[in-house]
Design a protein around this ligand. Structure first.
Ligand SMILES: CC(C)(COP(=O)(O)OP(=O)(O)OC[C@H]1O[C@@H](n2cnc3c(N)ncnc32)[C@H](O)[C@@H]1OP(=O)(O)O)[C@@H](O)C(=O)NCCC(=O)NCCS
Length: 184
């Protein structure tokens, strides 16, 4: 989906000085994958997955992913998938925003865009994992839960020992209905 196509939206944000200063949100195309890889690399905190995985993601999981485009360049992304064992839940794999665009509500706008667009197919819950020291990410997801007037809960998911390499634990965050879902 291109910015001028139906379905692409421009979120309002307080830092915008003109309509063109506001990023456009849309689903990714395969041609965006290299830029997603670069943004993830430049965060210095995200696990940098293979460039191939971002290509596959943009091809096969575009419907559950979002990019933010500013001045003709992608400056942020969310990658996600609907859980095969629970079609009411979207799992957000990575979210990242270029340094230059941070603090303008771009990440929260992308997450809200994702939830709004998946609601019609019955998705009502968002899951993600966050490492205990990533306070920025914790604040982001808490803010999204607040803005949607819904709950956020957390519990252990992956311990350091579960990883074959050196890795922080990853805690599960659930936005929305967390009842009767068991430990799937
Ligand atoms: C985390 C990240 C995606 C936030 O992007 P952003 O576009 O700046 O976030 P937003 O402007 O939408 O902020 C939304 C809320 O989160 C809060 N927030 C965002 N980053 C924060 C930080 N580093 N510290 C504290 N709070 C932060 C904002 O204050 C805002 O809260 P509010 O609504 O109560 O005012 C961005 O900093 C980033 O790319 N970080 C590196 C990658 C990463 O850690 N990704 C998350 C793990 S997958």
């Amino acid at each position: 989906m291109r910015p001028d196509q139906p379905g692409a939206v421009r979120p309002e944000h307080p830092g915008a000085t003109s309509p063109n200063d506001t990023p456009t949100l849309r689903r990714p195309a395969v041609s965006d994958a290299a830029r997603l890889w670069e943004i993830a690399r430049d965060t210095d905190v995200l696990d940098l997955n293979s460039s191939y995985s971002y290509l596959l993601w943009c091809r096969d999981f575009a419907e559950t992913s979002v990019v933010a485009e500013h001045d003709g360049r992608v400056g942020g992304f969310v990658t996600g998938f609907v859980r095969p064992t629970d079609p009411t839940t979207v799992f957000v794999w990575q979210v990242a925003v270029d340094d230059a665009l941070r603090g303008r509500g771009v990440a929260s706008a992308m997450l809200n865009f994702l939830l709004d667009h998946l609601a019609h197919q019955g998705v009502s819950t968002l899951e993600t994992t966050i490492s205990p020291d990533n306070t920025g990410s914790q604040a982001l997801f808490a803010s999204v839960a607040r803005s949607r007037y819904t709950s956020i809960s957390t519990r252990k998911l992956f311990d350091s020992n579960d990883f074959p390499d050196q890795h922080e634990p990853e805690e599960l965050y659930v936005i929305g209905d967390d009842s009767n879902r068991g430990e799937q």
